[in-house]
Design a protein around this ligand. Structure first.
Ligand code: G3P
Ligand code: MG
Length: 245
């Protein structure tokens, strides 16, 4: 299992740069964090791009469902101006571009498989084609889609995949094992100390999203949480520069 760092920047350093862009990766690096979390989905012509929402309006100049657009039309959109004039000209990145930037900055990634209406297994297959042979970027996959989590070990043996949930279910161990997952990712808001301790005692890496308050992050680390995903890596790194002992 790869070493998961204690701080991961959510969609990149999304508090100060447009989410899921190359700029958000670069700002993360400049702030001293080594990993980002980002969301990958499929275009209508089978390209892999970083994007969170099902639809284009919130974080780009486009309109409609992302999966209804081909790569060329998506690359013509602006994905930075919604955030700030500083980022006018930022594009929706391909997965390959994101990996090239991460490799150049010696960074790693928690890549969330985000079907956004497309076929989850088709998305996993396209991701596998693009990253299966790369060894220059440490990768932890994850998904809320159980079908995606279950298929990853076959498509990408050797690349771990976390099971993403909003709340940890009572029978989590049984489902976790059935999915052959390698980490458990959950919303910190619903996590209890008892749940965290149970997961940690089972030897399962526990990743929580999305925490921007360092006091809450310190509490989670005290419970044994492996890693926190934050919009504000600069603030988190300043408060908690090293992983808890
Ligand atoms: O991977 C953690 C987190 O990103 C999951 O939620 O909606 O921000 O992709 P979301
Ligand atoms: Mg995500």
């Amino acid at each position: 299992m790869i070493r998961i760092p204690h701080i991961i920047a959510h969609r990149g350093a999304s508090i100060e740069a447009p989410e899921n862009t190359l700029a958000a990766i670069r700002v993360t690096s400049a702030r001293g964090a080594r990993w980002i979390e980002c969301d990958v989905t499929l275009t209508s012509d089978g390209a892999c791009v970083l994007f969170h929402d099902d639809t284009l309006e919130r974080t780009s100049t486009g309109h409609g469902v992302i999966g209804h657009h081909d790569l060329a039309s998506l690359r013509a959109l602006d994905a930075g101006s919604w955030f700030s004039d500083i980022y006018i000209g930022e594009r929706i990145p391909t997965l390959e571009d994101a990996f090239d930037t991460l490799a150049a900055l010696e960074m790693g990634v928690n890549l969330e498989i985000k079907p956004s209406g497309c076929d989850p297994v088709a998305l996993c297959k396209e991701v596998a084609k693009r990253i299966g042979q790369r060894r220059d970027v440490p990768v932890l996959l994850s998904s809320f889609d159980d079908g995606a989590v279950a298929v990853i070990p076959d498509l990408l043996p050797g690349i771990p995949c976390g099971w993403l949930v909003e709340e940890i279910p009572v029978n989590w161990q049984e489902r976790y094992q059935a999915l052959n997952a390698r980490a458990l990712h959950c919303d910190h808001k619903s996590l209890t100390r008892a749940q965290a301790e149970e997961v940690v005692a089972a030897g399962v890496p526990l990743v929580c999203y999305t925490i921007n308050d360092p006091v809450r992050a310190a509490e989670l680390f005290d419970w044994g949480v492996t890693s926190v995903i934050t919009d504000d890596p600069a603030r988190m790194i300043a408060a908690i520069p090293r992983p808890p002992a």
